[in-house]
Design a protein around this ligand. Structure first.
Ligand code: ATP
Length: 437
C-alpha cells in the first residue's frame, strides 16, 4: 500500500517538482486510514503542505478511502550547543562581512534621539557580550543599520581576525533555504553557530510568518548566546509586536537589553544631512540641506533626497536651492523619485515593469535592463555601488559584477549596448527637464 501511494504521487507530480521536494519523502507510518509522511526538514514539510496539499490529499483519499487523512513530519536534526574552536575552523575561510565602511561611529550624528543607543553600542564595542542580546528597534530609516554596522566596523578595526557576521534576516533565510536545497545545511550551521564571533541580524521583522527560518534562527541564537558571544537584533518594532514569532524567541529577545532610537529633531536632521553628504564626498549648500531637513523627518528620506540631488548635479553640472525645491517637491504632482524614473526608463526600453527589474527574475530582457541600468547609475551618475544596490534591490557584489560585465562588453565594442546607453541618457535628460527628476 505504501508503495502504491508513493507511486501514485510520483505519477501526478512533475519531474522537476519531484526532484526538488520529494527526494527524501517517505511513509513513516500507515495506520487505518491515516498516513504519516516523513521528510528531511521543517522547511520541506512547510512547502509540501502549502504547495502540494491538494494532490497529496487526493492520492491518499483515492487509495485509502474518502475519510483518509495524512500528516507530514520531519526528522529533527540534533542541534549542537558546544562551540568549537581549533584547527578545523581556522583552516576554513573567514566569514565574509559585507559591512558598509562608511557606517562608523564617527559618521553617526548623536543627539538626544539616539544617545542611549549610541552609548550601549559603544559599550558593546569595548566589551562585546556584556549586554546580550541587544535588541535595537526604531521606526524605519532612523539609523539602526548604521549603528549596528558601526559596531561591526569598530570590532574589525580593532581586531581584524574577528568574525563579524552581519546579515538581514531575509539573507539568513535565503542562505538557509539554499543550503537545505543543496544539502549543505551543516556548513551553514557551522558558519553562523560556530565561526561567528558576533552575529548581527538586521530587519528581524522579515521573518514574521516564516516559521522554519525562525526555528533555525532560534537555535543559532541559543548556540551563540550560550558561548557568550554578542548578538544584535535590529527590528522596526518591539519584541512583543513581532506577532507570530515563537514565544520562546520573543522571550530570548526580551532577556537582553532593549534599545530604542527615537525620532530626530530638525536640527539633528540637518546635521545628519551634512554628514550624509560628507560620507558621499559631495558638497551641498547648507541652505539646501536645511530645506531637505524641513521637508523630510527621517534620515533615510534625507539620504534618498541627497542621492537624487547628486544624480541631478552629475548629469547637468548645476544645483541650487530652487532646482532642489523643484526636484524634491511638486505642487501639481507628487514627484517621482530619481530611482523610480530610472526604473521607468529601463522598463520602457526593455519592455518589462519596474518591479520586474528589482525582482529576482532572470528573463533575458530583464537581466539586460538591470545590468545596463546599474552600469548607467554607477558610471554616468556616479552613484556608489551600494546606493545602486539599494535602487535595484540587489547586493553590492551583484552590482559590482554586473557593472564589470557591461564594461567588458563595451570594451569588446558592443554597439547595441552603446546604443542602449545613449537611449537611457537621452530619456533621463527628457525626464529631468520635465516637472521633476
Ligand atoms: N544618526 C545618524 N547619523 C548619520 N547618518 C544617519 C543617522 N541615522 C541614519 N543615518 C543615515 O540614514 C540612512 C538610513 O539609515 P539606516 O539604514 O541605518 O536606517 P534603519 O533604521 O536601519 O532603516 P530600516 O528600518 O529601513 O532598516 C543611512 O544612510 C544612514 O547612514
Amino acid at each position: 500500500m505504501k508503495n502504491k501511494i508513493i507511486a501514485s504521487l510520483k505519477e501526478r507530480i512533475s519531474r522537476q517538482n519531484w526532484e526538488n521536494w520529494f527526494l527524501d519523502f517517505n511513509i513513516r507510518e500507515l495506520k487505518d486510514n491515516h498516513v504519516v509522511f516523513e521528510v528531511g526538514n521543517f522547511f520541506i514539510k512547510e512547502r509540501l503542505e502549502k504547495k502540494f496539499n491538494k494532490i497529496i490529499s487526493k492520492v491518499v483519499k483515492d487509495i485509502l478511502g474518502k475519510d483518509a487523512t495524512y500528516e507530514i513530519t520531519f526528522k529533527e536534526i540534533p542541534y549542537e550547543t558546544k562551540v568549537e574552536s581549533g584547527p578545523l575552523i581556522k583552516k576554513r575561510p573567514l566569514l565574509i562581512t559585507p559591512l558598509n565602511p562608511k557606517y562608523t561611529f564617527e559618521n553617526l550624528v548623536v543627539g538626544e534621539f539616539n544617545k542611549f543607543a549610541y552609548n550601549v553600542f559603544l559599550e558593546a564595542s569595548k566589551n562585546p557580550g556584556f549586554y546580550n542580546p541587544i535588541f535595537l528597534y526604531s521606526g524605519v530609516g532612523l539609523g539602526k543599520t548604521h549603528l549596528a554596522q558601526a559596531l561591526g566596523n569598530y570590532l574589525l578595526e580593532t581586531d581584524p581576525d574577528m568574525k563579524v557576521a552581519y546579515l538581514t534576516s531575509e539573507e539568513f533565510m535565503n542562505e538557509m533555504f539554499s543550503a537545505i536545497k543543496n544539502g549543505n545545511i551543516d556548513e551553514f550551521r557551522e558558519k553562523y553557530r560556530k565561526k561567528a564571533d558576533i552575529l548581527i541580524i538586521d530587519d528581524i521583522q522579515f521573518l514574521i510568518g516564516i516559521k522554519s527560518a525562525q526555528t533555525e534562527l532560534f537555535h543559532t541564537f541559543n548556540t551563540i548566546h550560550e558561548a557568550g558571544k554578542q548578538i544584535i537584533i535590529c527590528s522596526d518594532r518591539t519584541p512583543q509586536e513581532l506577532k507570530d514569532f515563537h514565544s520562546r524567541m520573543i522571550s530570548r529577545f526580551q532577556m537582553g537589553l532593549l534599545v530604542k532610537i527615537e525620532k530626530p529633531s530638525s536640527e539633528d536632521l540637518f546635521k545628519i544631512g551634512k554628514k550624509i553628504s560628507e560620507m558621499k564626498n559631495v558638497e551641498i549648500d547648507d541652505e539646501i540641506i536645511k530645506y531637505i531637513s524641513k521637508i523630510y523627518d527621517n534620515p533615510r528620506l534625507i539620504h534618498g533626497a541627497i542621492l537624487r540631488l547628486i544624480a541631478y548635479r552629475n548629469l547637468y553640472g548645476t544645483l541650487n536651492l530652487s532646482i532642489a525645491e523643484s526636484i524634491l517637491t511638486n505642487v501639481s504632482k507628487p514627484p517621482k523619485s530619481f530611482e523610480e524614473k530610472l526604473l521607468e526608463i529601463l522598463s520602457e526600453i526593455f519592455d518589462c515593469s519596474p518591479d520586474d527589474i528589482t525582482s529576482s527574475k532572470r528573463t533575458k530582457n530583464i537581466s539586460y535592463a538591470r545590468k545596463i541600468g546599474m552600469y548607467f547609475a554607477v558610471k554616468k551618475l556616479n552613484l556608489s555601488t551600494r546606493d545602486v544596490g539599494t535602487i535595484f534591490k540587489k547586493s553590492h557584489s551583484s552590482v559590482v559584477q554586473n557593472v564589470k560585465q557591461v564594461e567588458k562588453l563595451l570594451k569588446e565594442g558592443n554597439v547595441i549596448l552603446k546604443n542602449y546607453l545613449k537611449q537611457i541618457d537621452k530619456m533621463s535628460k527628457g525626464f529631468a527637464q520635465g516637472e521633476s527628476m
